[in-house]
Design a protein around this ligand. Structure first.
Ligand SMILES: [Zn+2]
Ligand SMILES: [Zn+2]
Length: 155
């Protein structure tokens, strides 16, 4: 039975074992100052934590979606919105490609049947936009796309 994670609304994990190692629970994130939550804001289910008593690697991201109701967690929503805003702001992305890039971001987040379409569009648009813009999107989407998708995006 996995423990419950305590995560700040930006997505920094404050405690992978908030159910059993309660002495490590904190109300605010020491990395960014945002409040921490251990339950899904939508359905109040516990946020899935570490599967055993060991802490995952420092770089392990918290879950992107609630396993009980499927809602994106606040850090997921924030990164999706930031990536879409980035698509609007960067002149390197052609006007005609901007709406496609936004759909692409939805396609990349969450492993679905549309993920390969997302990767294909991402590569096409980033091939024109250049490596600087590509890196901005890769960093923005890090942690909310699967490891396989993250690898495909830097190629
Ligand atoms: Zn934080
Ligand atoms: Zn939920």
């Amino acid at each position: 039975m996995p423990d419950t994670a305590l995560v700040c609304t930006s997505g920094h994990v404050a405690n992978w074992h908030s159910g059993t190692q309660t002495q490590l629970n904190v109300p605010f994130c020491e990395k960014c100052g945002k409040e921490t939550i251990s339950k899904c804001p939508k359905c109040q289910a516990d946020i899935r934590g570490a599967p055993n008593r060991f802490n995952p690697a420092e770089s392990t991201p918290p879950p992107s979606f609630c396993a009980s109701c499927g809602a994106p967690f606040p850090w997921t929503t924030a990164r999706i919105l930031a990536a879409k805003e980035l698509a609007d702001l960067r002149d390197e992305i052609a006007e005609a490609d901007k709406p496609i890039m936004k759909t692409t971001i939805d396609d990349l987040v969450g492993d679905t049947v549309r993920t390969p379409i997302g990767i294909t569009n991402f590569q096409r648009i980033m091939g024109k936009a250049g490596p600087v813009v590509r890196k901005l999107f890769v960093d923005c989407l890090a942690g909310i796309v699967s490891e396989a998708v993250a690898k495909a995006l830097v190629r």
